[in-house]
Design a protein around this ligand. Structure first.
Ligand code: ADP
Ligand code: MG
Length: 343
């Protein structure tokens, strides 16, 4: 049934992005001055997981590169490059500036110096998952440098700003914010339909099944694509050319769990510890959780950092918070079972 598995994959950047004209235009406008060789204000891109933030940002930036030849882009995933050193190092590496820097021995000042003295073409730095930066001074470092345009991508703008010191925060308050909402089911239908057209044989998916998958994705295109991939895989294994109801119903929990597993795998070690404490202990209040965490790890971070991680885990559906104020508790979410998708 599958003709081109590539277009169903997660990292695939479609030539045409659907239903995000407003966001594409808003982000392009912020970067407009670059085309005239002028400095730009930073841009903030916010919204829940799976709503196209990374894809649309890459799309806009690559279009700009087609227009303005002389611009370099660096797309950094701060969930991986979370320390100031590592993030700065990665930016320089992408710029081809760090060949002779030895990872462990170079003091951060030396790296910063390289950024300061950078003389190549203007750079667009995308700090994706920027709320995962442990030390937000990188944002300030880049902000000061006129050759660097900056796009900050985050789930929650307020959370990102509250973690920054006043100096950076006051500047970012004037940044242009482009907010991405969850998709409507009909928008997800169109996004999935475009992939089906390109990737599967003709007539592989009926309208009704397409709608069912889009609806089950809950506004999240990553989940929608994962469900579609999983259904197509099952049909391929049986060598049939059309999706059946059984394929779709089985694919719904499987597709969601696939996204869940991927998210779990992106957690760094201490975030994983936090998650596992909740899996073992069930529901915990923040104080108990912090105590368990401090007992478990060697160099615990602050309570504030733990709280920001919990928010991140909640954005990725790995943790659920309930109650407000003093009665607030956290618990790990469970894998999706068949019955979850068939209420
Ligand atoms: N408007 C869109 N058109 C086509 N594909 C999309 C669109 N929005 C999201 N996708 C697809 O959905 C998946 C998740 O999108 P992504 O940009 O990674 O979301 P986010 O960064 O907000 O978590 C990707 O595979 C992407 O290709
Ligand atoms: Mg993303």
């Amino acid at each position: 049934m599958t003709e081109d598995a590539r277009v169903l994959r997660e990292g695939f950047v479609p030539k045409d992005v659907i239903h995000r004209d407003h966001e594409v235009n808003a982000l392009s406008r912020v970067l407009d001055p670059l085309a005239r060789g002028e400095p730009t204000e930073p841009a903030l891109v916010s919204g829940p997981s799976g709503v196209g933030k990374t894809t649309i940002t890459k799309f806009v930036v690559s279009h700009l590169r087609e227009e303005v030849l002389d611009v370099v882009t660096v797309h950094l995933n701060c969930w991986q490059a979370y320390s100031r050193f590592k993030a700065t190092y990665e930016v320089l590496r992408e710029l081809g500036e760090s060949v002779d820097i030895r990872r462990q021995s170079t003091p951060h000042d030396e790296l910063l110096n390289r950024l300061n003295t950078y003389e190549g073409p203007p750079v667009i730095v995308v700090l994706d998952e920027a709320d995962q930066l442990e030390d937000a001074r990188l944002i300030y470092d880049l902000y000061r440098l006129p050759r660097f345009a900056m796009i900050l991508v985050t789930n929650d703008e307020e959370q990102l700003l509250s973690g920054l010191d006043d100096r950076v925060r006051s500047r970012l308050h004037t940044a242009e914010t482009v907010h991405f909402d969850s998709y409507h089911t009909r928008e997800l239908v169109d996004i999935l339909a475009a992939r089906i057209d390109h990737g599967l044989v003709h007539d592989a998916v009926s309208d009704e099944k397409l709608h069912r998958m889009a609806d089950a994705a809950g506004g999240d295109a990553r989940v929608g694509l994962s469900i579609l991939r999983s259904a197509a895989r099952q049909a391929d294994q049986e060598s049939v050319e059309r999706l059946s109801d059984d394929h779709v119903e089985a694919a719904i929990p499987e597709g969601r769990n696939e996204v869940r597993t991927k998210n779990l795998n992106t957690l760094r070690s201490q975030q994983r510890d936090l998650y596992e404490i909740l899996v073992d202990a069930g529901e915990l209040a923040p104080k108990e959780l912090y105590d368990c965490y401090c007992e478990r790890v060697e160099d615990p971070r602050t309570k504030r950092t733990m709280r920001s991680w919990l928010q991140k885990l909640a954005h990725y559906d790995l943790v659920a918070a309930s109650g407000e104020g003093p009665s607030r508790t956290y618990a790990a979410t469970a894998e999706y079972a068949d019955s979850d998708s068939n209420p």
